[in-house]
Design a protein around this ligand. Sequence first.
Ligand code: COA
Length: 687
Amino acid sequence: MAVLDREAAKDLDDRDGLPKLPLPNLKDTLEMYLRCMKHLLTEEQFNKTQKIVKEFGAHGGVGEFLQSKLVERREKKANWLNEYWLNDMYLNNRLALPVNSSPAMVFPQQNFRASFDSLRFAAQLISGVLEYKTLLDAHALPVEYARGQLAGTPFCMEQYYRLFTSYRLPGPERDTLVAQESSVMPEPEHIIVACKNQFFVLDVVINFRRLNERDLLTQLEKIVKMADSEEERLPPIGLLTSDGRTEWAESRRVLMRESTNRDSLDMIERCLCLVCLDDASGFELSDTARSTLMLHGGGATKNGGNRWYDKPMQFVVGADGCCGVVCEHSAFEGIVLVQCTEYLLKYMTGSPSKLVRAASVSELPAPRRLRWKCTPEIHKHIASSADNLQRLVKNLVMNVYKFQDYGKEFIKKQKMSPDAYIQVALQLAFYRCHGRLVSTYESASTRRFQQGRVDNIRSATPEALAFVRAMTDETLSSSDTEKMEMFRGAITVQTKYTILAITGMAIDNHLLGLREIAHEMKMEKPEIFKDEAYLISNQFILSTSQVPTTVEMFCCYGPVVLNGYGTCYNPQSDHIIFSVSSFRESPQTCSAEFVKCLVQGLLDMRDLCNKCNSGSDQAEQRKGQTMETHTQTETYWRDKTRQSPSAPTKSRQTVPQVLVRSPDKTNAETQTQTSPQGKALKNGNKS
Ligand code: COA
């Protein structure tokens, strides 16, 4: 194993011919920062922040100096941001992975009549994983192209190559994302199967032959038998991985004193993935219940110990048909997880069981149980981890809701971006529940760039605030036409911000870069990052993400702050699935209430559209005025990406041209080819 090799990854991306992530202009970022925060702060807070920001951005000031260092960094690195971002977003975070960090995909409820059915499902799933791994090993995964906004641009595929090869190693202060070193000779590969809190090594290549589905089923049957043997049962070591990262790092350090434990850890850290054969939970398996089970396994008394949270891919196959996958997030985004999972589910439904085929089962060596030497100290750690997990289990309140009154087709008919519409609906829901707006995170993919991950679309815009006030405050007595105007204003700004974010021009990553480079240079923390407004701007009380699927399933995750909501949505043509999480401990939040307000808001928004007949004249008019950015950019991208996937576009040509904010002028040339069309829009949007 080796710390993820950025240079190797760089080569991979260079082959794809993607441009480097741009560096936004300092002035633009600071202006946008103030714009994003003004309405979320008190007047006093804002005045103070404005002064601090002005000082930071002054000519010859700290901001300019740090910006110049970022410009240099950008020159040298494939992606100037990544290391900072990865540490900040994931590896420095000390919170436990389940609920707080690892999202899950919940599969449709399976109807297993007997244990054989669930094992057959698991065997098919593993078979699919092996098939997918073959594609990855051959670098034969087709390049993905953007859909929706700025459709047609190729995406960086790097994240896929970490799905089955990486591992998040806990550290006392910071974790490490390690990746399997590729070797000339393919190594024997194995999967770890968890069953009754025991871990088994399932070799999937034996005597240079990949096991087929029948072989896999036979091996799984052997595992279940071995796991049933009570005398051989070992303590639920997996619980340790569900604890806070510092706590787990400490337990791991203790475990590592014994060579038996070192060998077992090594097998887990090098496996392709985990397959967790869960016992039936005994719960009634609603979508909501299944989402919680997927996120935390139901705690130590259920399947919470039947996990190894450091591993990026953990497939769960419950005896009661509760199935899905929970993923360690630092290696890749939810969209990559969805693509892989959809491949697997399609593989499974498209490939009827191949169990009839004869196989050399009798020759297969039995899977091996991983052994642990547990000192009393380790037993104490396990007990403490179990308690901590139990607290998380009790604390999480999920609410999965399928909104069936309409879906994205209705929204498209209004000539609005479905994503922007849903984001505005989330703002309305929050405002209805809490009477204010708060810093909101919406993940926007930056995979148009080398090693791109995500940036933040700040959806709590002033325009959204105006709209939600008009919708909820009767004393304002806004007419429907006025409300509709405000609605369109909110959608337009949200769409523009989305375009900024996906073209690498949003503010969060840039501010993070400025903060981190100051830290790296051992400078005193600039005032702007000590300011209360900056802390507020990073308290994502509403953490949202679109995770669409083409196969029946949905994504869920926990809130990122104690008094927050985690809100994931999956827009389909005629319905939208929402999974909303919050913490019971917070007296301020309530998932059920949020969902209630969300539904009411979605219905109100539809009624407003219908009343204002937004699908026709006005929408056309607005399209001409405000979707200029969208349409011109689309034309640009369409022209630029007419080449075939195998003919990569050259970096300079693929950098987005139509931006509201300009990249840093000092290195603009390396980032963009200025086009008159781009300039016009850029200036036009400056207001
Ligand atoms: N009128 C009519 N149709 C419109 C429209 C308009 N004004 N604006 C957009 N549409 C259409 C799009 O063309 C698209 O059509 P398609 O379904 O045929 O492809 C559809 O509506 C969806 O577009 P939109 O709702 O605007 O969103 P998007 O698909 O561009 O998604 C983001 C926006 C920000 C979610 C996306 O860019 C992104 O970054 N996704 C990644 C999120 C992520 O990382 N999630 C996981 C985190 S772990």
